[in-house]
Design a protein around this ligand. Structure first.
Ligand code: ZN
Ligand code: ZN
Length: 321
């Protein structure tokens, strides 16, 4: 409790963040808030912080004394050995007097600390704080349940916030890529789809992170145990490598299917009455594009009549092309 109550006083660091920051306290769980508000009021209590300060000082001094005492004892032991070697009386010299003085001082300081502690414990505010830290069973169970709830929801909330930033970027690139496919601009399509992949990477990573968070911690532990018992730990690394490759290939495949599929692009243009090569709007029943000159008709292998390029079936006999 002492480090907490003296936290603001002991800290002279630049960029130090007080644990009693109002904003921090207002975001806390009600149980923590009650505790921190009580500690804060205690930290502002002059009488109490004087007691804690005096305890801190006395403990420091006791430690220092103990250290010098240990040092003196070491030299005393050395001297003792020398004295034995010289066959003189070891108890009767200056060093043993110093040792006695040291231990007396330590005893005095210990008593002083104990006295301060008794005064601290007798303080009503401290007793109230003890009451807060030792709740009854119902309150304790409530806090545990709240904590579990928080642990469950926190990763999801975190992901939602991160997606709030990531998704618009992805959306912009996606829209751009769709637009450039419609416009039939291959360079823009290439750039946009690559940017789309790059923007999708953090989203995919975040999803994987969430899945790993949600999977019970023991799942992997048991899996590792089995692998280890079979001396198949290397398998795990292969699994990870193949897994990443599979995900990468799937992404490439997906984008190819969705964005780069030539057949689909041509169908879309045909639907809108555009040129299948340059996508510009064609005059009705045009056989060649007036803009790029590419042919818009092909001969059906079944009926021999002309049907639009890019169509799935012949417009005369319906044969699948
Ligand atoms: Zn054209
Ligand atoms: Zn036909």
């Amino acid at each position: 409790m002492q480090p907490l109550i003296l936290a603001d006083r002991n800290n002279a660091r630049y960029r130090y963040e007080s644990p009693f920051d109002e904003q921090k306290i207002s975001r806390m769980h009600p149980a923590s808030r009650e505790f921190y508000e009580q500690v804060k009021s205690l930290a502002q209590n002059k009488e109490l912080s004087a007691l804690f300060l005096s305890r801190q000082k006395t403990v420091d001094e006791r430690e220092k004394t103990q250290k010098s005492f240990d040092k003196a004892k070491k030299s005393y032991d050395t001297q003792l050995l020398e004295n034995i070697a010289n066959a003189t009386n070891p108890g009767d010299n200056a060093t043993s007097t110093t040792a006695r003085e040291y231990s007396q001082k330590i005893e005095r300081l210990t008593a002083q600390v104990r006295n301060t502690e008794q005064q601290i414990h007798a303080h009503l505010g401290i007793q109230k704080l003890w009451g807060i830290i030792t709740p009854d069973d119902a309150a304790r169970n409530q806090v545990v349940a709240d904590f579990k709830m928080f642990q469950f929801w926190f990763p999801l909330k975190e992901l939602a916030w991160q997606l709030l930033f990531l998704l618009p970027i992805f959306g912009v690139f996606y829209a751009w890529s769709i637009r450039s496919v419609k416009k039939g601009n291959p360079i823009q399509t290439l750039i946009a789809s690559h940017l789309m992949v790059i923007a999708s990477l953090p989203i995919i990573l975040k999803m994987i992170e969430l899945v790993l968070d949600i999977i019970p911690k023991h799942f992997f532990k048991n899996l590792f145990k089995i692998l280890q018992s079979l001396h198949l730990m290397a398998l795990w690394h292969y699994f990870i490598i193949f897994g990443s490759i599979a995900v990468g290939l799937f992404l490439v495949y997906f984008i190819q299917r969705k964005v780069f599929n030539r057949q689909k692009v041509m169908q879309k243009r045909l639907m809108r009455g555009g040129c299948t090569t340059c996508s510009k709007k064609l005059p009705p029943s045009a056989i060649f594009c007036p803009f790029c000159g590419s042919g818009q008709r092909t001969v059906c292998v079944a009926c021999g009549k002309e049907t639009p390029v890019g169509g799935l079936h012949c417009i005369h006999c319906g044969t699948s092309r």
